[in-house]
Design a protein around this ligand. Structure first.
Ligand SMILES: O=C(O)CCC(=O)C(=O)O
Length: 246
């Protein structure tokens, strides 16, 4: 179902939009199963191909993944999600068309070990120009709650434009040189719900203090006429028959 005019207006004002019940339960369960298989063998070929990053403070006897990259080129379950017509229709309403998948990532917060993600703007990593022509679509694979580290958004922060970011020493995080914003808003969402966010909306997430996993799969789309930092967008590595290549 397409987004309503009110939802589009809310996205434009707040820089993010929570939409429940977008992704069918079977597709969510399939992606969760795949992630579990990869997570159970972080040293294995698949996890390595997906550039697995581990929780920095996990016990040494059990490596816990916090992030996987570029799942769609390697696995049909994630491609099915990334290409789902109902999702692409909503993305088109928010950033226009034609679209390509720029990159994708799984953000994992293992029970009690999942670490925080500091506030940042995605476009500090992505370099999409204009920033309005890109978007992140964050899909909850588990119910995301305050306890397990749901997303938090600085509403309206996309309107202030790009803020310079620097690497946070000893981590893989880019953090802003300054952050002068009112407190963020928690954005809980049930499994199968998605959150759309603008590439310049500041967002973060807290550690997982619960006994439950918080798994999410984020697809980052851009318009094909946007300029971008990565020389080879993900679609260049997908087959010619891939719907996002047309
Ligand atoms: O899932 C998280 O906790 C962080 C996700 C994030 O930073 C993003 O989707 O851009």
């Amino acid at each position: 179902m397409p987004l309503t005019d009110a939802q589009v207006a809310q996205f434009r004002a707040d820089g993010y939009l929570v939409v429940e019940d977008v992704v069918p339960a079977e597709r969510v369960a399939e992606m969760r199963r795949k992630i579990d298989a990869i997570a159970s063998d972080t040293g294995g070929d698949v996890a390595q191909r997906m550039g697995v990053q581990l929780e920095p403070d996990a016990p040494t006897d059990g490596a816990l993944p916090r992030k996987l990259n570029e799942l769609a080129p390697h696995d049909a379950a994630f491609r099915r999600h990334a290409e789902a017509p109902e999702l692409l229709e909503m993305v088109g309403q928010l950033i226009g068309e034609p679209l390509r998948l720029y990159t994708d990532q799984a953000f994992l917060k293992p029970p009690r070990q999942g670490s925080a993600k500091p506030p940042h703007q995605d476009n500090a990593h992505f370099g999409v120009d204009p920033a309005d022509w890109g978007i992140t679509v964050w899909c909850a694979l588990d119910d995301a709650t305050e306890a397990n580290g749901c997303m938090q958004y600085f509403a309206g922060s996309h309107l202030q434009g790009a803020v310079p970011h620097v690497w946070e020493g000893g981590t893989t995080h880019l953090i802003p040189e300054r952050l002068d914003l009112p407190a963020p808003v928690h954005a809980p969402v049930r499994a199968g719900g998605v959150i759309f966010h603008h590439l310049q909306t500041f967002h973060m997430s807290a550690p997982n203090t619960s006994d439950a996993w918080r798994r999410a799969y984020a697809c980052h789309y851009i318009r094909t006429d946007a300029s971008h930092l990565y020389e080879e967008p993900i679609q260049a590595r997908l087959g010619d028959d891939h719907p996002l290549k047309r």
